[in-house]
Structures are given as C-alpha cells and as structure tokens.
Design a protein around this ligand. Structure first.
Ligand SMILES: [Zn+2]
Length: 358
C-alpha cells in the first residue's frame, strides 16, 4: 500500500479497501539514505494500526540492497541499509522485512550464497534482541538473482543457523516463472510438498499472491491481475482455502494498485468464502439509475448467478442500489427477463426503471 503523506496512510488506505494485512516500504525503495524514523511517526503508525484493526503489516526492503554483492563497498552499504530497514520496522512493530535474496552478479551462485549466509548471520547477530525478522522471498531467477530454487533458500536458512527470526516469503508469480508449476491441484500440492520437504512450511511467514504475465519457467518477473495471467484463478482458490496457510498474511502486488487492488482483493475474499469467481457481466443502468454509473460497469459474479443474485452483489457494492431488482425491469442482452434468469459469461444486463422510456 502506498505511503504518500505518511507511513500510516498504508494502513488507512488498506482499511478503506478491506485489507486485513498490508505491505509497505518504510523508506523510498530506490534510495540508499533515509533520515532516521521519527519516534512520533512510529507512534502514529502503531496507533493507526490499532485503530484500523489491520492484523499484520510487513515491510519490503529497498530494491538497491544486495546482500550477496561481490563488490565489498556495495555489500557494506547493503548490510548497513538493511540494518536500518530492520531498525525502522522494529520501531513500527512490523514482524517481518521481506527481502529479495540478492544477486551474485557473475561471481557465481556458490559465492553469492556464501556471501548471503555471511550477511544474514552478521545482521541477525547485530540485531539480537529485536523482534523483527527477515523473510527471504522466493525469486523469479531473473539475471543473476538468487533464491529461485527452494534448495538455495534452504541452504541460506541452514547456513544462518535456522534462526527463529529467519522466515520465507513465497511469491506465486516468482516460483511459477522460476519453474514450479502450481496451475492445478496436483501441481500445487506437489510444489507445496517440495517446499515443505526442503524448507518447511513452518518457515513460511508471508505469501505474495500475484498472477504471472510470463509462462512457466520463463524466469521473467512480471506480475498480472489474479486469474488473468499464466497461473489462473484456480491456484488462488487453492491458496486461500488451504488450511495450512490459514494464519499467513497474503499480500497482493499486482499492477494499477489505486484502482485494481480492491478488485483483486475482492476476488480473493470471494474465493476464500467458498465461492467460485465465475464470470464477468456488464451492467447498464437507465433512468435515474444512470447517474450511478453512466457508462455501465463490469461485475464479477459466481457461476450460476441470476439477475436477483447480481442485484444483491450490486447492493453490497453500493447501498443505493438495494432493491434495484424490484424497482426496475431487468433485461439480459436486450430481452426482458425474470429475476431468476441465469446469467452467462459476458452477458449485458440492463436495469430499466418504469417510465424511463427504456
Ligand atoms: Zn513479491
């Protein structure tokens, strides 16, 4: 969630669209230096979290940090910057800082992993006594990035002494483009069994739910709206109904956050509630209702939805639409229908009040 205007705005913005967990940058993600966090800002953040009831907030570290950098200067800068990430998150009361595992930059994977282990050990030692932990994120394996195989993550966890403040963040887009299939129940279960065998599900602390623009094994990291990419909606249904993951925060990191986070979140909630996402229909309003949405709107409805159940979904979105099925005649694809008419994917549903000349 965006932090423009203050870190606590990530919480109020999240609350507005119905989040129960949020992720934020505690500093600008493309800058090395940040002034130390003002204790008043931290206090306001904690107070806002209590007021909004957002259960979990986690941080994502700066994109500049590379804890496996072969250049000693960059490595030193990265460790110091990461230490400050932990300091800020500790002040804010965040349980985890999610970090990409770094890139070896052609020094080789072995050298990269060795440096990463060394960095992690040093940082954990230096911050002993803190509550905040490090969640290593599974990566797409772009370029020389580390952490695209569960084995690599397992080695780092083990190398850093299986520390209790060390966890893992699983990103569905990243593991998929890194080559782990999760598109149906069988492949999903197989991939999670492998994660459990090599890393341990008890180490899984954060999930990033993103669909992928690029295919399985492409190692290209481009996030897509849930259900609209190469992974498909079924995986997200499996994810939000998996009892093993019940208490793990799920973060959406898809494009067009301002307009689309609410839409993607609504999809996850509907899937979690046991509904199928079903299909999209276009709704058009006539008469005085046309003020509500002059150009009509796209609505996701479960498979088997009727005009009446669509009306209930509309009333949920906006109370002014409550009872629209009683106040209007409904037409589907320009034919008048009864409220129990079953909708199909792509239908155009019109609500026409009497005397509107519709
Ligand atoms: Zn991610």
């Amino acid at each position: 969630m965006p932090t423009a205007g203050g870190l606590s705005n990530s919480l109020t913005g999240g609350k507005e669209i119905g989040c129960t967990a949020v992720q934020l940058f505690t500093g600008s993600p493309r800058q090395w230096h940040h002034p130390p966090l003002d204790p008043e800002v931290a206090a306001k953040f904690r107070q806002t979290q209590a007021e909004t009831g957002i259960a979990v907030a986690v941080a994502h570290d700066s994109y500049l940090i590379n804890l496996a950098a072969p250049d000693p200067d960059i490595l030193d800068r990265s460790r110091k910057a990461f230490r400050r990430e932990l300091d800020r998150s500790e002040m804010l009361g965040l349980p985890w800082v999610v970090t990409h595992m770094g890139a070896h930059l052609d020094s080789g994977e072995e050298a990269g992993i060795a440096l990463l282990i060394e960095s992690t050990r040093a940082i954990l030692e230096e911050t002993e006594g803190m509550q905040v932990g490090i969640a290593m994120e599974t990566t797409a394996g772009q370029g020389t990035g580390l952490g695209y195989r569960f084995e690599q993550i397992a080695r780092v966890l083990e190398g850093a002494g299986a520390h209790p403040r060390l966890g893992v963040c699983l990103d569905t887009c990243h593991i998929f483009v890194a080559g782990y299939d999760i598109r149906d129940e069988e492949s999903y279960q197989k991939t999670f069994a492998e994660f459990d065998r090599l890393i341990g599900l008890d180490r899984l602390k954060v999930i990033h739910a993103n669909d992928a623009k690029k295919p399985l094994g492409s190692r290209v990291d481009r996030h897509e709206h849930l259900g609209e990419g190469e992974i498909g909606i079924e995986t997200f249904r499996l994810l939000v109904t998996d009892p093993r993951l019940k208490n793990i925060p799920i973060i959406i990191e898809t494009p067009d956050s301002e307009t689309m986070h609410a839409v993607n979140l609504a999809k996850l909630k509907r899937l979690a509630a046991g509904g199928s996402l079903g299909m999209r229909v276009t709704v058009r309003f006539f008469g005085h209702y046309s003020d509500f949405s002059p150009d009509g709107m796209e609505v996701s409805v479960p498979g088997g939805a009727t005009v009446a159940s669509l009306s209930a979904i509309l009333a949920e979105k906006d109370g002014r639409l409550a009872g629209i099925e009683r106040h209007c005649r409904a037409a589907v694809n320009e034919e008048y229908v009864a409220p129990d008419a079953v909708l199909q994917e792509g239908d155009e549903v019109a609500f026409i009040p009497p005397m509107s000349g519709g």
